[in-house]
Design a protein around this ligand. Structure first.
Ligand code: SF4
Length: 429
């Protein structure tokens, strides 16, 4: 734990500043009983309290000892810093998030109050098997929930606690996002993508058609019209961005929109009881550009559309220090794209990822190159520091009953706050 002194230098705070000394945790008689239990006094402990009191003292002491030990272990930030110093990451020391294998000691210290379940065949089957007995399908969104906060994943996906979506007069953000994706898909697949005139004509036609249909099905036409103005602006600005980009950058050899992903990841399990760890990853890449030289793929570029303004926040998720840390969307997509085209990749092929924030005037983030070796392959072993291994580690951790909260990622607006035991410290809110 640390605090900033004079607005500048972080200073480590000792445990004694926020954990009261033992003498303040016990009444005087309890303190003497504790001393007697430790054989510091000649009198027997029973001299200072009855059995119930002594048991309570022992239990509280144990809880405090464990808490002190837990707090003294490195936080996730410190682990990342340590690993940066040790330079243990694979091809590039900056790609640190892939090294987020849990700290063994901290894991061992987690108790029933830290998001742990007793693992068993029922949990294993739930997380690894589809209803037809085949491997369970995992999406990037599910993996992101698990990576960001194990307890949130547990509450939503295992206990299935969800508030019903209340249909309001306005469109939900999800509905707007899906609609914009559908419109862009229709425009790019109907137009001649390298021809600005065709793109603009297709955009007009598709927008008119979606507007007509959307208005007919809207819960409230007036609210739909309000939202439509923003949808139309996002789409038109995206088409402008596309045309500008075409004038400035080389054209892709192939372009796929809503490219489907469906591939297996597996690992021999460390425990015989669990059998091999096998999952099916599914998803759709909003846009996948392929650049070839003499038939071989030299560059794969993935783009994800967000109906948001927060371009810099999304760009941050692609940076080496954050990649595959708590957001698994682009890591899953990059691995999936590489898997789908692996036989055709040139030996020095590159993979790049970027976001388009549709409500931001700058539109696209700087494409982030991702080393191919960092992605890994469909058959991973436990010790590897790759995206594939990170995904399998997350799933293996859940199968082992680990659904720990991550205080660094605890959201103010988490819908599970009412059922979660973790309380954000006051100075964080
Ligand atoms: S309140 Fe915070 S710790 Fe609890 S489930 Fe939500 S995000 Fe996780």
């Amino acid at each position: 734990m640390s605090r900033i002194l004079n607005g500048a230098t972080p200073e480590r705070i000792g445990a004694e500043e926020f954990i009261p000394p033992p003498k303040d945790c016990f009444a005087p008689n309890e303190f003497l009983a504790r001393a007697a239990l430790d054989s510091v006094l000649r009198q027997p402990a029973s001299h200072f309290g009855d059995t119930t009191q002594l048991e309570s003292i022992l239990r509280r002491t144990e809880v405090e000892r464990r808490r002190e030990k837990y707090l003294a272990l490195p936080s996730r930030e410190e682990l990342i810093d340590n690993r940066r110093r040790q330079q243990t990451a694979p091809s590039n020391e900056l790609w640190l998030a892939l090294d987020l294998s849990p700290d063994d000691e901290k894991h061992a210290c987690a108790s029933a109050y830290d998001g742990r379940l007793t693992p068993g065949p029922v949990l294993g089957r739930f997380l690894l098997k589809a209803p037809d007995g085949g491997p369970r399908q995992w999406s990037a969104a599910q993996l992101t929930e698990l990576a960001a906060c194990g307890y949130k994943f547990f509450a939503r996906r295992v206990l299935l606690l969800r508030e019903p979506d209340e249909a309001d007069y306005e469109q939900t953000a999800l509905e707007t996002g899906s609609l914009v994706h559908e419109i862009l898909y229709a425009i790019f697949t109907q137009a001649e993508p390298s021809d600005p005139t065709s793109l603009r004509a297709s955009a007009r036609q598709v927008l008119d058609e979606f507007h007509r249909r959307g208005r007919l099905g809207a819960r409230d036409p007036a609210f739909f019209e309000l939202e439509w103005a923003s949808i139309e602006a996002m789409v038109n600005e995206s088409i402008d961005h596309e045309i500008e980009g075409q004038a400035q950058h080389e054209a892709a050899t192939e372009m796929h929109h809503e490219f489907p992903l469906n591939f297996m990841l597996s690992r021999e399990s460390s425990t015989v009881a669990m059998g091999p760890l096998e999952i099916m990853l599914v998803g759709q890449i909003d846009r996948l550009e392929i650049y070839r030289d003499a038939g071989r793929i030299r560059r794969l570029k993935l783009i994800d559309y967000k109906t948001s303004r927060r371009l810099s926040e999304y760009a941050e998720l692609l940076k080496p220090a954050r990649f595959a840390c708590e957001d698994m969307q682009m890591p899953v997509y990059a691995l999936g794209a590489a898997e789908s085209f692996r036989p055709g990749l040139a030996s020095d092929a590159t993979v790049e990822a970027s976001y388009i924030a549709l409500k931001n005037r700058d539109k696209e983030s700087e494409p982030q190159p991702i080393p191919l070796a960092l992605l890994g392959g469909p058959l991973e072993s436990a010790g590897q520091k790759t995206v594939a291994a990170r995904i399998l580690n997350l799933v293996a951790g859940a199968v082992a009953g680990g659904f720990e909260v991550d205080p660094l990622e605890c959201s103010e607006y988490c819908p599970y706050r009412r059922v979660c035991r973790y309380r954000k410290p006051v100075f964080h809110s």
